[in-house]
Structures are given as structure tokens and as C-alpha cells.
Design a protein around this ligand. Structure first.
Ligand code: XMP
Length: 508
């Protein structure tokens, strides 16, 4: 299959670049700049994209790459730092001093293959302080701004292209077209990567690999494990067994929905365990967030292990790992920040021969498309992420059945109002939090002393950074009125207007 390499120099938009390539139906993979040139040369890429990055091409801490990269004969597109790297390594001059940040009008050379079907002036997103002062021999300038003499350059004969701006971000109006131009006009890709062909091939491959052997899958009801389970079910039918552990910290009615869909609609061999007594027993008196997380993770493994033992040895264990979980960063510590979120360790407690990860090459939006291909209902496919420890980290302080019920009801109302307003696809994550605070209120002739519920809603592309969602006042008003009227024990609603950083998305 044709594929394009995104060579990662540590820029913040690198996964976005890879996604944009795939949206144009070409498979892409991300590798760190520490990847050896020999491996890259041998991989047979149709094209290479050099990403942005925080470093400079000059000075003591410069990050460079083997010059042989430019001699492979593979088309290359340098973006931002990648553009400067190309210039520097091929004999051009890069210097500090032409700050540009934000939307900037770029005048482009429409005769370039990179700018086919792009108007002579187009708005692009810039974010740089270094700039290309002088292009290397053999290149020509194909883009300029008022402040930047080389907003884009090419050496068409050697299929080398570079842009100082970021075509991968939305603010570059025709960025996707530019990436498409690179893929189809320069790299001559055919566009073989589609989710329907992925789905068909994966089911076929799984059938061939697994045959009549036994497969076990931990189903959480989240998008990844649900899609993984459905793919496996299509491939091996009743040889798949799923285990669903209800820890009592799920959203309102969620356990029923999972059971109805997978057992009822899909007829999947599903073992569903209500382990809420066990979880809440272990969590009694515990209010420290990390301790709650640890206990929930530990009990999950215990319950799963006990059920898996009843089944006995299986041949395969399915995991819903997706591509962003696997990208070897090699740059920065993005991978570290997220690691605590995963409830790991399951494979150590189950008797199996091999792990299967059918989604390990896919980005989240691709997993959703596979879900649609498999006929999953849209409300499942577009579910927002839900943390493994569930409402356990959305109830501040100790967990009790009363508090869980209050939060489930408040959260269900908030989600319903967001959906009624048609905002559910726009907002990355939205939920209610039960604070541990009670305050005085009045209801009719009575004074109340009830809980404060916080509403949280964020827009985000990667959950590493997030902005609070500007939900219309009317929607907040409807949610607030309904929650205090319909949920006993709540008399005050607040809306969280902090971004991440410095806050996190969850409250615990
Ligand atoms: P934070 O709160 O760190 O959340 O900004 C970022 C994303 O991770 C989710 N999250 C978790 N997911 N186990 C999980 O599986 C956890 O312990 C956990 N804590 C946070 C959070 O919902 C958001 O999507």
C-alpha cells in the first residue's frame, strides 16, 4: 500500500499533518527524527513531510537530519521548521528575525504544482521567528508575504517543496488542497486508503489469522473497544467473547445501553458483570483522586481476571489501542503526560497466547468511520471520551451511592440540553461534576443546604490542550434550571470557564 512519512521534529501539529494526509486517502505514518535514514530509505515511501518543531537549524542545540534524505529521489514537503531544515541543509540561509504569527496573506505562484487551484492570494497560518533569508541553489521562491521573503519555495526537478506556513491547520484556508496537491501532483499517489477498504481487509485478515480459535475482549462501551469488538465479531462470530465490567460509576443508563446494543442488537457473546458493590466497598472512605484511580484500576483487573478464569485459556486478547497511543515521540514528553490515564496491566492477568490490536494504525476519526462502516449507531460512534475511572473522578471526595445518583441525573440533563441545542458534535467533552461543596439556598419557603454541581465543556482537538466552550447562555440556563428543579440535593450550578492548561479537563 502506498504510504507517506511524516518525519516528526517535535512540532505541535504533527498528528494533524498525518491526519490531513489520510483524509486525502493516503496512508501516513509518523516517525521521530531519530529514525535512521537507512530505514526510511528502505520503507518505500511515496513522499516525506518534514514537520515543524521548536528548535533552530543553527546554533549549538540545532536539530538536523542526514543530508541523504534529500538524495533519495522521494518527493519532500518541508513545513515551517521542516522548510528551514531543507533550506539550511541544501545550502540556503536561515536566520532569526521575521516574526509572523497568526493569519497572514500569502502571494503564491499558481504555476507551481503545490499551488494548483489556489488563488494568487490566500490566507495561511504562520507561527515562526526564524525565516529563510536565502534559498538554496536550484530552488525558486513560490510564495511571499509582506514580512517573509520566502513563504514557500520549490525545486520542482528534484521534487522538493517547502512552506513556511502550516497547511495542516484549519486557519490556512486552502491548506488541505495544498497537501492534496503535494500528494497527487507531486508524489503521484493514487488514494488507496479508505475506511471501507480498511474494514473489508481487516475483517478478512482477522478471519484468516484467527480461524476457529478463541478471542477475548474487554468491552468498555467506549468507541475504540466497541469498534474493535464489532470488527472481531464480524470476523469470528461466536468465537469472540466480550466481558463488560460495570463498576457502578458509569453514566446514567449506560450499562443498559451497552447490554442492549451488544447482546440484543448484535448478538455478541457478552458477559456483563455488575460489580458496583465490590468497587464501592473498596472505595468507601477514600477521597484522594489518585487513590480512587488506583483502586478502580485494581478492582477492574480483579473482576476481569476472575471472569476470564471461568472461561479458561483463550488464544487471543483484543485491545482497542489506536494510533496516537503508539506513536513513538522521540521528542518532548507528550507521551508521559498521558500515561497515567490508561488502565494498563490487563494482559498480565489473562491467560492468552497473543494480543490483537485491530485499530492500532487508526486515528480516532478513522475509528469512528470504521464504526459507521460496521453499522454502529451514530450516538455510539460519536460518543465523547469517558475516563476509565468514570464518575469516580467527577465526584469530588468520597463516593457514595447517593452522590453517584445525583451526578448521573445532573449529567444526563446537561448532556440532553447540549444535544437539544445541536452542540454535541462541536464540543469535545461535556459533563457535570459533583463538587463536594454545599451551600445555602431557598426553595419556596424553605432554606436548603445542598450540593453545587459544576458544568464542564471544552473544545479541543487532542485533549492535551483545551478551551472552555462558549455555550450560549440560553443553553446553560436551561440546563441549570432543569438540574435544580429535577435533581434532589442540588441547589446551585456553576460553569467552569478555565482552559487547559492551567486547569485539566477533569476536576480530579
Ligand atoms: P485531563 O483531565 O488530564 O484529561 O485534562 C484529558 C483526557 O483524559 C481523560 N482522563 C482519563 N481517562 N483514565 C482515563 O481513561 C483517567 O484516569 C483519566 N483522567 C482523565 C479525560 O476525560 C480527558 O478526555
Amino acid at each position: 500500500m502506498e504510504k507517506v512519512l511524516v518525519l516528526d521534529f517535535g512540532g505541535q501539529y504533527n498528528q494533524l499533518i498525518a491526519r490531513r494526509v489520510r483524509e486525502n486517502n493516503v496512508y501516513s505514518e509518523i516517525r521521530p527524527y531519530t529514525a535512521p535514514i537507512e530505514e526510511i530509505a528502505a520503507a518505500g515511501y511515496k513522499g516525506i513531510i518534514l514537520t515543524g518543531g521548536p528548535k533552530s537549524v543553527y546554533g549549538e542545540n540545532a536539530v538536523l537530519y542526514s543530508k541523504k534524505l534529500f538524495e533519495l529521489g522521494v518527493p519532500i514537503l518541508g513545513i515551517c521548521y521542516g522548510a528551514q531544515l531543507m533550506s539550511h541543509m541544501l545550502g540556503g540561509v536561515v536566520e532569526a528575525g521575521a516574526n509572523e504569527y497568526g493569519k497572514v496573506e500569502v502571494k503564491v505562484d499558481q504555476k507551481s504544482k503545490l499551488f494548483a487551484d489556489i488563488p494568487a492570494k490566500t490566507v495561511c497560518w504562520m507561527s515562526h521567528t526564524d525565516y529563510i533569508k536565502q534559498i538554496p541553489l536550484g530552488f525558486k521562491i513560490i510564495g511571499k508575504t509582506d514580512d517573509c521573503p520566502v513563504a514557500a519555495m520549490e525545486n520542482a526537478a528534484d521534487k522538493l517543496y517547502a512552506v513556511q506556513f502550516h497547511p495542516e491547520v484549519m486557519h490556512t484556508q486552502l491548506g488541505s488542497q495544498m497537501i492534496r496537491n503535494f500528494l497527487y501532483n507531486v508524489c503521484e499517489c493514487k488514494g488507496e486508503w479508505t475506511m471501507s477498504s480498511f474494514t473489508t481487509h481487516t475483517i478478512e485478515d482477522l478471519k484468516n489469522k484467527i480461524g476457529n480459535k478463541k478471542v477475548l475482549c474487554a468491552l468498555s462501551g467506549g468507541v475504540d473497544s466497541s469498534v474493535a469488538a464489532l470488527l472481531l465479531h464480524r470476523a469470528v462470530g461466536d468465537n469472540l467473547t466480550c466481558i463488560f465490567v460495570d463498576h457502578g460509576l458509569l453514566r446514567k443508563d449506560e450499562a443498559n445501553q451497552v447490554n442492549n446494543l451488544f447482546k440484543g442488537t448484535y448478538n455478541i457473546n457478552l458477559i456483563s458483570i455488575d460489580a458496583s458493590e465490590q468497587f464501592l466497598g473498596q472505595l468507601r472512605g477514600i477521597s484522594e483522586p489518585e487513590q480512587k484511580r488506583k483502586i478502580i484500576g485494581r478492582e477492574f483487573i480483579r473482576v476481569f481476571e476472575a471472569e476470564a478464569k471461568k472461561i479458561g485459556k483463550v488464544d487471543y486478547l483484543v485491545q482497542g489501542t489506536i494510533y496516537p497511543d503508539c506513536i513513538e515521540s522521540g521528542v518532548g514528553d507528550a507521551a508521559l503526560i498521558k500515561s497515567h490515564h490508561n488502565v494498563g496491566g490487563l494482559p498480565d492477568h489473562v491467560d492468552f497466547d497473543e494480543i490483537i490490536e485491530p485499530l492500532r494504525d487508526l486515528f480516532k476519526d478513522e475509528v469512528r468511520k470504521v464504526g459507521l462502516e460496521l453499522g454502529m449507531p451514530e450516538n455510539m460512534v460519536y460518543r465523547q471520551p469517558f475516563p476509565g475511572p468514570g464518575l469516580g473522578v467527577r465526584i469530588i471526595g468520597e463516593l457514595t451511592r447517593e452522590k453517584i445518583a445525583i451526578l448521573q441525573d445532573a449529567d444526563a440533563i446537561f448532556r440532553e440540553e447540549i444535544a437539544n441545542a445541536g452542540l454535541d458534535r462541536e464540543i469535545g467533552q461535556y459533563f457535570a461534576v459533583l463538587t463536594n461543596m454545599r451551600s445555602v439556598g431557598v426553595m419556596g419557603d424553605f432554606r436548603t443546604y445542598d450540593y453545587t454541581v459544576a458544568l464542564r465543556a471544552v473544545t479541543t482537538s487532542d485533549f492535551m490542550t483545551a478551551d472552555w466552550a462558549r455555550i450560549p447562555y440560553d443553553v446553560l440556563d436551561a440546563a441549570s434550571r432543569r438540574i435544580v428543579n429535577e435533581v434532589k440535593g442540588v441547589n446551585r450550578i456553576v460553569y467552569d470557564i478555565t482552559s487547559k492548561p492551567p486547569a485539566t479537563i477533569e476536576w480530579e
